[in-house]
Design a protein around this ligand. Structure first.
Ligand SMILES: Cc1ncc(COP(=O)(O)O)c(C=O)c1O
Length: 361
């Protein structure tokens, strides 16, 4: 193999370059306008949601989702202990308290029984993170419990664009679903986030919050508290081109997932995470393995990038919470993301798996 194989990289080609040139030649103001609205319509169409609103990133979109639902100081929001820090960070941004919940070993998503244990009278929302495009096994029980108890279900679907569950796009089972378009995602606009919902009143609040709470652009009449969380048309121009490529990327991610699964199955030191590849394009190819750090070093020496899983967040200095989270700790200590770019060839994946087999031999 020639050249280092990055664990992840975005993909662009002449389509984005040409679209950007055409946009600049058209005299666009760069700031959000018609292209942004078009990008929103495209995400709504793809996911099947009634409404979509894009914002500056996938952390802000989570915070806006909570704010639109009226969550703030004094409220608790349940979040998995294993997720990107952005999930609890977004909760903290609203003034509410993130409460950590352990994960299922099988899917690495929030555990239903653990969730029940964490609920208090202050619990206002559950942040359901579909890690790598997967739902927890008990997803329907989580959703039913939230419905019965009047607890809001907000979906952090940052890693799940292109993933469906029972024919419906992930992110549409909760009150609001949130996506991220940061550089490693299946489509990217450099930075960016989106909120989808079928609830018109929430959509109207989201639009206000992302634009200073003002009645309309150019008006200085402030209806509710809001900020500037807006997008740009420059990003939307790239996003629209990326969306055209999404179906092919979804197909390719599933193919790559199948190759990894086939090649790594049978290595006793490796546990692959069961993923429904018919409906889920894995964002990152994730494994639990023995001698994780040694394997990472071995791969690196052979030109292969990989990345350890997120830490168990309750232990991080930024959060520092007491409690037992054995599954999140196990995942944090054994989890590894293998090269996951959509541009990987079959040969490259076979090479990567060959090096892994060689390590354990
Ligand atoms: C689960 C999850 N939530 C939220 C985010 C935050 O998104 P952003 O980087 O766009 O702020 C990410 C980013 O990777 C993520 O993986």
């Amino acid at each position: 193999m020639t050249g280092f194989i990055n664990q992840m990289e975005p993909s662009f080609d002449e389509k984005e370059r040409e679209a950007l040139n055409a946009y600049m030649e058209s005299g666009g103001w760069v700031t959000e306008f018609k292209k942004t609205r078009e990008f929103e319509r495209e995400i709504a169409r793809y996911t099947g949601a009634k409404y979509c609103s894009v914002v500056s990133n996938g952390t802000v979109s989570l915070a806006v989702a909570l704010m639109a639902c009226g969550i703030g100081a004094g409220d608790e929001v349940l979040v998995p202990d294993y997720t990107m820090a952005a999930t609890p960070d977004a909760v903290a941004l609203t003034g509410a308290e993130p409460v950590f919940v352990d994960i299922e070993r099988e899917t690495l998503c929030m555990d239903y029984q653990e969730m029940l244990r964490a609920v208090t009278e202050r619990t206002k929302a559950v942040m359901l993170v579909s890690i790598n495009g997967r739902y927890p096994i008990q997803m329907e029980r989580i959703a039913a419990f939230c419905r019965e108890q009047g607890i809001l279900l907000i979906e952090d679907a940052a890693q799940s664009l292109g993933s469906f569950y029972k024919g419906k796009h992930i992110g549409r089972y909760g009150e609001i679903g949130s996506f991220s378009f940061s550089a490693p995602k299946i489509i990217t606009t450099g930075q960016g986030g989106a909120l989808i919902t079928d609830n018109e009143a929430l959509f109207e609040r989201i639009k206000l919050i992302r634009d200073f709470g003002r009645e309309s652009g150019g008006s200085d009449h402030y209806l509710i508290k809001g900020w500037n969380f807006k997008f740009t048309d420059l990003q939307a121009v790239i996003g629209l081109e990326q969306m055209k490529k999404l179906p092919q990327r979804v197909k390719r991610k599933k193919e790559l997932g199948r190759i990894y699964e086939r090649e790594l199955r049978g290595i006793p030191q490796i546990e692959t995470i069961q993923t429904d590849l018919a409906n889920t394009p894995p964002w990152f190819f994730d494994i639990l393995c023995e001698q994780r750090d040694e394997l990472m070093a071995y791969l690196k020496e052979r030109g292969i990038g990989s990345r350890p899983f997120y830490p168990a967040l309750h232990r991080e200095p930024a959060f520092c919470r007491e409690g037992d989270f054995p599954n999140a700790e196990y995942a944090a200590a054994h989890g590894l993301w293998l090269p996951s770019a959509v541009s990987l060839s079959d040969t490259t994946v076979a090479y990567i798996c060959g090096v892994i087999k060689e390590f354990y031999r």
